[in-house]
Design a protein around this ligand. Structure first.
Ligand code: HEC
Ligand code: HEC
Length: 347
């Protein structure tokens, strides 16, 4: 009797662990990709993913300088808005309001929500309509956009060049006498953003640590695959590529804002890493509740009804995508000089 129960137990146990490894294989075969486990492979993977890393390889000096620029509000016309205003690194890498709001309290004219900057280095394109190929090209957008930082390339260059310590940092990061132009400034911010990567329990699981996910999270992962969410939310970011939107039916809040995707109506699939930290959801931030967002996806993209229970299960899986945030020491910014252009608040 005793022998039998031991046998049954181990059979069950075997079955369970087989299911785990099966789920791992299944997830991988559907295109889900883990961040590499060890530091060196992860750094290599990031460098390969950063599309401008051949021209601008990552170095520690560039990362440190890029971090200062990321936090420096002087790059905006008003002197009060930095990248971190809308992509708050302590708050999921986003602003977590429906329509991003910038210069002079101006909401995004298309009622667009700010995506997280965490893990954005792995996106195949940037922006909701995919109009920027990589992070450096992306960073040029907000600095000059009127509703965001409202600055200009000349102003940004003038500000940096008027601060001798910045000039010194650029020379240290690149070479003596380097031409500090707008492109170099945005590229350097992009280099800092490469470090905003958040390995999670989901990665541990795909990398073979079978108990990294709870039973509920595993069931949610399986459902996420079975329902067909992976057909668009795949790769290392479970998103980040352009996909069709409103495949089966219309988005119920399509009337808020006028965003229509790219010229073919395609939309950049959002990154699902840290998704539990970045409500509200959808391009216009119209849905606050993750389960409602999941159900809406089922109906507009797949033409299926997702029950409350199923939505809850997928949301459990999403918790495993909350990653380990990099430790960021707030940079001390070099002081302005007499030559530094003054803030223009346009009162
Ligand atoms: C006023 C708020 C605001 C400021 C300031 C701002 N952004 Fe953004 N950011 C947005 C919004 C809104 C979008 C989406 C715009 C779109 O898709 O058209 C965005 C998109 C992005 C993306 C693309 C992410 C993705 O998944 O597509 C990155 C990366 C990014 N911003 C980085 C930056 C950097 C770097 C700075 C500073 C130079 C910055 N942002 C300043 C609001 C802001
Ligand atoms: C045909 C491709 C496709 C399929 C299938 C799909 N999605 Fe999406 N998903 C997208 C796109 C594109 C968006 C962005 C929509 C927008 O806001 O315009 C999105 C947005 C989301 C969001 C909001 C993210 C954010 O940051 O705002 C969540 C959550 C989500 N999807 C989960 C799911 C789940 C769960 C499934 C399966 C039930 C699923 N998706 C199926 C393409 C897809």
């Amino acid at each position: 009797m005793k022998i039998l129960s031991v046998a049954v137990c181990s059979a069950l146990f075997l079955n369970f662990s087989l299911a785990n490894s099966e789920l791992i294989e299944k997830a991988k075969s559907f295109g889900l990709v883990a961040l590499p486990k060890d530091k060196t492979s992860l750094e290599k993977f990031i460098e390969e993913s950063a599309q401008d890393s051949k021209v601008y390889p990552t170095t520690q000096a560039r990362v440190e300088l890029g971090k200062m620029l990321y936090f420096d509000p002087r790059l905006s016309k008003s002197g009060i808005i930095s990248c971190n205003t809308c992509h708050n690194l302590g708050y999921g890498g986003a602003d977590n309001i429906p329509a991003s709001t910038g210069h002079k309290w101006t909401p995004n004219p298309h009622h667009i929500n700010a995506p997280t900057v965490y893990n954005s280095v792995f996106n195949s394109v940037q922006f909701w309509d995919g109009r920027a190929a990589h992070l450096a090209a992306q960073a040029a957008g907000p600095m000059t956009a009127e509703p965001e930082m409202a600055s200009s390339p000349q102003r940004v260059e003038e500000i940096i060049k008027s601060i001798p310590e910045y000039v010194k940092f650029f020379e240290k990061a690149y070479n003596k006498g380097v031409d500090i132009d707008f492109d170099l400034i945005t590229a350097t911010i992009g280099i800092f953003e490469r470090t905003l990567v958040t390995p999670s329990r989901f990665d541990d699981f795909l990398n073979g640590k079978e108990n990294a996910l709870t039973k509920e999270e595993k069931a949610g992962l399986d459902l996420f695959i079975e329902k067909g969410c992976v057909s668009c939310h795949n790769g290392v970011n479970l998103g980040g590529s352009m996909q069709a939107f409103e495949v089966v039916s219309k988005y119920k809040f399509a009337n808020i804002g006028d965003f229509k995707g790219d010229k073919d109506g395609m939309v950049k699939t959002p990154v699902l890493r840290n998704i539990m930290l970045t409500a509200p959801y959808f391009h216009n931030g119209a849905i606050w509740d993750i389960e409602e967002a999941i159900k809406e996806m089922g109906s507009i993209q797949l033409g299926i009804e997702i029950t409350d229970k199923e939505a809850n299960s997928i949301a459990s899986f999403f918790k495993s995508l909350n990653g380990k945030m990099p430790k960021i020491t707030y940079p001390i910014l070099p002081p302005s000089t007499k030559q530094t252009p003054k803030p223009e608040l346009d009162y």
